[in-house]
Design a protein around this ligand. Sequence first.
Ligand code: IVH
Length: 677
Amino acid sequence: MTEAQAKKKIEDLSKEIEKHNYNYYALDNPTISDYDFDMLLEELVKLEKEFPQFLSPDSPSQRVGGAITKVFKTVKHKYAMLSLSNSYSKEELSDFDERVKKGLGLGGNDLFGGTGGVEYVCELKFDGLSISLTYEHGKLVKAVTRGDGVQGDDVTTNAKTIRSIPLQLKGDFPDFFEIRGEIYMSHKMFDEINKEREEIGEAPLANPRNSASGTMKMQDSGIVAKRKLECFVYYMMGDKLPAKTQYQNLEMAKKWGFRTSPQTQLCGSMEEVFAFIDHWDKARHKLPFDIDGIVIKVNDYKQQQNLGFTAKSPRWAIAYKFKAEQVSTVLEKVTYQVGRTGSITPVANLKPVLLAGTTVKRASLHNADIIEKLDVREGDYVYVEKGGEIIPKIVGVDLSKRPKGLEPLKYITKCPECGAKLERKEEEANHYCVNENGCPPQIKGKMEHFVSRKAMDIDSLGGETIEQLYKEGLVKNIADLYDLKKEQLLPLERMAEKSANNLIEGIEASKKVPFERVLYAIGIRHVGETTAKKIARKVKNMDALLQASEEELLHIEEVGEIIAKSIAHFFSQPDNRKIVERLQKHGLQFALSEEQLQNTSNKLEGKTFVISGTFERHSRDELKDMIEKNGGKNSGSISGKTSFVLAGDNMGPEKLKKAEKLGVQIISEADFEKMIQ
Ligand code: IVH
């Protein structure tokens, strides 16, 4: 392909991908499958790697992420990011309506029963984190979190991975404007993440809101991209806005490519406002994301301006917060669940009760501390609430209804599944069953994790078959899977010849799965997919990992004290060592492949690089990869810890100044190539 052809192809692909993004997010009308979309994106990434001179900072390939931000820069907001005053009743809203009209010099309802010259816009109040997006000449130049309202964190790199935030606008937009919105996580994504966290033995995230804000503060934008955050915009500011009302400005924003909420409604009277609230108080449970209320805004920007602000919030808008729904019911019994990592969760079994549209029979009691704090006893009437959390929780006990003679709860001391002793580490809230390799739910859970898609990907082996194999005594640990013979499988219930063949073939094929995934699959607590990758790259093979001291492990990116201790603990257990040895004998990948090993060294060990500008021979992602492969670290911003700034063309003047001020050495692409030769 010639340069000219590549340039054209990159432009065409970028346009096509952005068009699909627009169809999907702004219009809610996708015209391509996810798979085909990913293929287009992959093609673009590949071409940009080959022809880095045509990679633009607003290319849709930025959606894939990869850049690391070590420290988020603090940025002052051009317009302060205020919050809304809250209200909890219709009376309070009527008071707001009166204040608005008084403030605008309008007397009561007008002759037509309308709102007396005021129109309101009712919007959903999305429960995520607010973001301020700055666009210059149609390009996203900055994304900043709310912070303390005066200044926030620059999270542009992470925001660029969010597909509903346009990188390049379409149509007729002002040269400069800011638009505010809410970044949130859908229920679907939240459930997926918690499933994975459970698999690697991490405590589940409490709710999608925390999950979204935690994700936006992650250093690795590649992980942010995988979490598929979403964004609705809800307010535009600037000197040359296209329209004079909130409603029309949002309509324009949609035309330019932003995602606006289809639920937004223009209301001519408070009755309409109340009807909107009543509708969404019920219907919110069916939305695929969380909202915690409704926002009511004066539609006309001129009126907004006349009403102005108090010190904390605008006088032209108010939030109506939904009450967390609460019911009281009887706690019949407390049972205990054992997770894959042996963590014990006390569960409240309740007399079934209707709450927020679903029948609730069980609620989590979290841990022993919470039980003690609530002093909850079997037989008590308890208050159950469904707030931001997906799983209902018990928030209190109705002591006035406590029957006489109820005994305080005694927390179990032995595992309900295998009878082994429970342990509780000082810094942890949960109790654990110590019988790691002998406790049934732990064994089965470990196996389910081992065969899962991101681990060994043995899809012919599902949860039910694992249960069967375990029950029949055919497997007691992950290494046993590799001893399975077809003849042992055939007598099992629902196991036809074909499924047996598939299973054996699937297990055999898994021997080719690369080392980093094997490391993830063996189920070391706290070692997730990314951490496993970073460890594998650094240690290169399992033997080296077995030899590594805790101190040495701490030098690996992403490995802190908890992970280092967990790895050391894992390999200190004779049972685990035996399993690992057997897996090695069966021929699983215990080292990086030749291809992975090529071009790796420790030449950049202990050195931190910041890449800035564009380069002649490599794309930025390639350079980052080369740095990591040679033992160095990447960082997004220059600090006292930076060893080198790898500078290409068009390096930002700010970065140059900072590097010079801190005396950080600036090197060229050619210097860098020499370093790793
Ligand atoms: S308007 C000047 N509209 O609620 C205030 N906010 O305390 C402009 N939020 O921090 C905010 N949905 O993060 C507005 N449709 C919506 C919203 C919304 C959620 C959040 C926002 C803000 C908080 C208000």
